[in-house]
Design a protein around this ligand. Sequence first.
Ligand SMILES: [Zn+2]
Length: 366
Amino acid sequence: MNKYEITIDRFKKLNYENVLLIDIRDKISYSHGFIPNAVSMPENETDFSRSDTDKNKIVVVYCAIGEKSKRIVEILRGKNITAYNLKGGFAAWLISNDNILSKEELQRYSRQIILPQIGKLGQENLKKAKVLIVGAGGLGSPCTLYLAAAGIGTIGIIDGDNVDISNLHRQILHDTDFEGQKKVLSAKQRINAVNPFVSVITYDEYILPENIGSIIKDYDFIIDGADNVETKFLINDACVIEKKPFSYAGVVGFEGQVTTYVPKKGFCLRCVFEDIPKDVQSCSSFGIIGAMAGIIGSIQDLEAIKYIISAGELLTERMYILDGLTMQGRTVELKSQKICKVCGENPTIKNMKENKEMYIRTVCKV
Ligand SMILES: [Zn+2]
């Protein structure tokens, strides 16, 4: 170990009154959590010629993981200041002081916890979050894997289908060994292998007007990974009625589209289409390239995470459309409609069960 480094254990034994603790991370990271008594002095704004750097105190400097702060310690030593680098930085301190997240979890997520948009609080919120994925297929596969890897505490997954060999070119949740077996069992095993800290709730059934309300009510965010238009409208209507945020997506061939609905913010599918389109080609008649489902499903994952950690700008009031052949992407702005049948001022669709006939669909085996 560098002779000017101090371990977390030794640091904790110091008398804090004799220590000037300096956090050189950026202001956003500092605002999301810092070691008690630390003063914020971002690396690029550091001015150690200031008189408030009390030369009678030991200076301990830390950054996110204890690397950038080494250079600052060298500068301070050059000024004859007794300075030490906190080994492992803020991440090491988190690991030694956490209750909600175990030491193993903090190590597992350390490369995203150091992001200023996430931090310790964001990671705790990810652990507290419950996300439901409707459909363990092409969209649900990448979305589920990244949600699990990111540390979403509870993942619900609903799908009544079995794994078919023709699924595997895009449905990367499932392995060849699971051909003919239930998709939810395959998904659960895969999620547990990716991240054993995730609680997985499986629903070996199709989402229907009769069950959707009782299932989605327990979740914070819903992922529409369905492969047919009737189910997409069912998810849309139920989420609007139950006031649940959700991400809609669709992929055909090399084209994909994705948007996010948050209650009272953004448009819903019925604002655009009003009724369920009747002339949509059947799900078995179009092809799909797996990578497009991977890209669009990963965007849905990103939307869920952004919603949970309150970062960035969601795709509300916008739909992102990507042509995978040309890599031309465009974002179309769309507004909610006051005359919408489900999210408008005088909705006519208020109950899923009363309108269940409209959601009758063909069960897809693609
Ligand atoms: Zn609407």
